[in-house]
Design a protein around this ligand. Sequence first.
Ligand SMILES: C[S@@+](CC[C@H](N)C(=O)[O-])C[C@H]1O[C@@H](n2cnc3c(N)ncnc32)[C@H](O)[C@@H]1O
Length: 285
Amino acid sequence: MLKSWAGAKTCFVKEQSLYSFAETVLSGPRGADLRIKQLDEFYSAESPQLWKLIIGEDLHYHYGVFTGCDNSLQDGMRHAVRSLYDDIPNGGHILDAGCGWGGPAKMLEAELACTVQGVTLSSAQFNYCRSLGMDVMLGDLESMDLSGHRYDAVLMMESLDHIQHKGELLTVLRSLAPKIILRVNCVASLLATTSSQAGRWHMYMETPEMIQRRLERAGWNLIRWVDRRTETLLTFSLWHARLESVFPDADPPGQLGLLKQLCEYALSDLDRWADANPLMEYVAV
Ligand SMILES: C[S@@+](CC[C@H](N)C(=O)[O-])C[C@H]1O[C@@H](n2cnc3c(N)ncnc32)[C@H](O)[C@@H]1O
């Protein structure tokens, strides 16, 4: 008993020291530059054409939601966005903060007549969105000046996970729009094994309760929150099948290699993975 507690304690200390190392290195002006450069490279190294072979032609880079639709990747991705439509103002001006290659934004424009302004840190995503005719800004949400902007709602579709100072950003967003809609990859516990892998994804994972408190402290009133994770799990086998077929004999490059590892880890015990990794949806006004 004593031995296992000692083991757990060592693990805890190691995990904490990894986090404090990351905090020390990545806070401060030079750390911020490094973080931005790394995140840009992380999302820009592989071409959109290659990403399309894995995540689909519309380049949605979030989990699919597989309820009330058939089981194709494209339908799951579209349903993941449509399942938020009741909360998105029709015809509204929307900030898509962390817009990726514009998958969700293009749907809001086409199906809800919204005007969407996207922000991404990735130069490749920025160029791709521009080629689609999207209104998009290239920059770091954590440092860019958004004070002259006003929106009907802010959407953050699996991008808050990457934000280091979440409370500060949520406070800035509070002054820009009367509503916020978030999907956030969380950890059930900060000591979960997956939290130590989050660094390789440039993610700062928190628990659902921590995100909830941050929203409330930033002045948002939560009207709805739910864990969507169990509805998303089919995404892993669909992504994994495509990764296997595109790279049958070699490890996929860059982030795609990490994605394959994540799929394999999750697929080894989907229930355990789902319990440890809630995908939280929050709507706040
Ligand atoms: C997992 S992708 C999600 C993309 C998109 N929301 C989607 O669902 O298809 C995360 C996105 O957040 C963006 N992002 C992360 N941190 C950012 C930051 N500090 N400033 C701007 N964009 C950021 C990345 O560039 C990337 O586009």
